[in-house]
Design a protein around this ligand. Sequence first.
Ligand code: MTE
Ligand code: MO
Length: 201
Amino acid sequence: MTPLSRGFRGRPRRDIDPARIPPGQYAVDDFPVLSAGPTPRTPTADWSFTVDGAIDAAASWRWEQFMALESETFTVDIHCVTKWSKLATSWTGVSIDTLLEGVETSAAYVTAWSDGGYTTNLPLADLTGGKAWVVHSFDGTPLEPEHGGPARLLVPHLYFWKSAKWVRGLRLTVDDEPGFWEAAGYHNRGDPWQEQRYWND
Ligand SMILES: Nc1nc2c(c(=O)[nH]1)N[C@H]1C(S)=C(S)[C@@H](COP(=O)(O)O)O[C@H]1N2
Ligand SMILES: [Mo]
């Protein structure tokens, strides 16, 4: 019998290491778009990124200033609460550690806010220590507006709703303030490995 080339039966799926798929998730090859409203289109000429709230001095970068910050290109897996995971996604952006350099704060929480009104809340500790970025490129090309361009938050170790698209700032808060989906019943933290999908999970 002629061995059947795998190529004749369609392209085999990328080898997927099951250990990289959190419980209840499945891997996808495409890149779904999930937006709660219309896609804002802020020209980079009008764009800025602000860190403010419970800190002594707010900081703000215009687009050119932001793009001049030290950036990193890195590969991570992302996990949406609607159960798709996308492995080995490549991004370029600025580490939150860089954006918070020199910031003294008693705040333990952060609200990320976006053009269009979206917000999401996170413990400050989930944004620091090399775990989160504001990214401007996906796969080596400028981030598409549908996926959050010109820039989005990326917090790959939490469900993807924490990765605010069209992000414009981080507000440091002393008290934890539920964001858009968190106030609507999604889990406050959203760790995919603990399946923290909804408020009581
Ligand atoms: N500003 C904003 N950010 C957002 C959302 C949104 O509706 N608005 N949706 C969130 C959700 S639920 C997911 S799964 C991801 C989807 O990102 P994608 O469209 O690039 O896949 O963005 C998150 N960030
Ligand atoms: Mo999502």
